[in-house]
Design a protein around this ligand. Structure first.
Ligand SMILES: Cc1cc2nc3c(=O)[nH]c(=O)nc-3n(C[C@H](O)[C@H](O)[C@H](O)COP(=O)(O)O)c2cc1C
Length: 140
């Protein structure tokens, strides 16, 4: 059984809803999937999972959340090469620039993106949640 970690940060719950849907998709597809808060995940944990999904909303000015998510992500980046990876997150007034930059970064790290990143405008609608479940299935 493959092990999938869904590591996320969420301030107002939108990205948290997406994370839950990724876990559902991976679980339905037969994986052992766990939901992990960004502050609880370390570089050492990367070795325990076959695939990892990262979720973070657009914060600051089109950047990842800077106090918990970004430091965690900096620490795991060296372990992304060849790893089955997925990205997701919610945004507000922007046009998704934060996700385009994040995707470029993880591709540069050599991550194996299993699907296109999933974005939602504020609260995820049915399409976004369905895309999150599909991401989970692809990671499983
Ligand atoms: C401090 C702060 C900064 C934000 N910066 C951006 C931004 O640069 N671009 C954008 O599209 N949305 C921005 N947003 C909106 C959030 O990305 C949006 O509300 C999102 O749904 C929050 O997700 P969450 O519920 O998972 O925290 C910002 C929100 C906050 C509170």
């Amino acid at each position: 059984m493959s092990k999938v970690a869904v590591v996320f940060w969420s301030g107002t719950g939108n990205t948290a809803q997406m994370a839950q849907a990724v876990v559902e998709g991976a679980t339905v597809a037969g994986a052992e999937a766990v939901l992990i808060n960004a502050s609880q995940f370390t570089a050492d944990d990367m070795d325990n999972y076959d695939a990892v999904a990262f979720g973070c909303p657009a914060m600051g000015a089109e950047v990842l959340e800077e106090s918990e998510f970004q430091p965690m992500f900096d620490s795991v980046e060296s372990k992304l090469s060849g790893k089955k990876t997925g990205l997701f997150g919610s945004y507000g007034w922007g046009d998704g620039e934060w996700m385009r930059q994040w995707e470029d970064q993880v591709r540069g790290d050599g991550a194996q993106l299993v699907a296109d990143p999933v974005t939602a405008h504020e609260a995820p609608d049915d399409t976004a949640l369905s895309d999150c479940r599909a991401l989970g299935r692809s990671l499983a």
